[in-house]
Write a protein that binds this ligand. Sequence first.
Ligand code: KG4
Ligand code: ZN
Length: 350
Amino acid sequence: MNDKVQKVLAVETSCDDTSVAIVDLNGFVVNQVSANQDLQHAPYGGIVPEIASRNHSVALLPLIDHVIKKSNMTWTDINGLCVTNRPGLIGSLIVGIMTLKSIAQAYQLPLIGVNHLEGHLLAPFLKDAQYQPPSDFDYPYIALAVSGGHTSLYWVKSFSEYVVIGTTKDDAAGEAFDKFAKMVGLGYPGGVQVDKTAAQGDASKYNFPRSLVLEDNLMMSFSGLKSSAHRLLEKMPKEEIETERANLCASFQEAVVDVLVSKLLKAADRYKCRKLVITGGVSANSRLRQRIEALSDKYQIVVPPVRYCTDNAAMIGYAGILRLNRGESHGLSLGPSPQLYESDFSFDLQ
Ligand code: KG4
Ligand code: ZN
């Protein structure tokens, strides 16, 4: 009899997406269901933490019921529970954690709290009925995790061995996209709208700065780019911003993508690694995908499908099931832990 944890139910509520998935120990996603809160936050131009946690508390239990029914399962088919407990918005984290603690108690299931970023880093192993990664993909690899809250490069040596090798000194790339979208009069969330608008534009029309690209390190910065866009747009009449919107978006997007791609390649060079992964919400960006995929003659590129790149429960389930099968679990003492890296990662920032 195999006493390994075979299937887990996982929950992700660290920010504004409520996501629930059932995942097996090979990274196969039986089902994932998610609720997006964009419409509720849009009037405020950004995420309002109190609204996020209230929405999680309304959406989470119905989503859990739904994913179990959709998978034709009952609780007896689930052998463990995984929930993001760090980092994230404290109120949002608490909703996911308290819900799974109640279920763990009711059904006597082991529970593990997962680092959200470890989830993003392991997303390239996820598979489902429609998608699978290349069969020879494995550790070690370089991962660029790029989202609204984080922009960092990692040397992923093996499961649970993650080295932060580069990071942004200021804003995350997704945050820069969102702020720029606001400046050019696009709604929230901005990244995806900049991406769509840029498709009609000329990326060489405006020359935005590519901070730190010439420096021989893996550090990034997007605040100079944001200020430069602000200074340019301040001088432009509203009508001109409207007529130039596509060119502005394409030029801004190209600057962000140039920085990300150049640092990713520098990392590959430094660690002599031919396997590259991009993950996190910004990896949904079509220009970034295009530029990364163009490198596939020299590198093995794995970009998970968008459903596993943006915040999702499947990645939390996979990280969690691996940890449960190593004998780790938190049980009912689990709490939210807002701090980011300290004990989960090591650092090699030169
Ligand atoms: O990983 P994610 O869903 O949540 C965080 O952990 O932050 O990432 C959300 C970020 C937002 O800043 C959003 O604007 C950005 O990802 N994003 C994009 C695109 N889709 C989402 N940025 C650029 N182009 C896109 N297509
Ligand atoms: Zn994320």
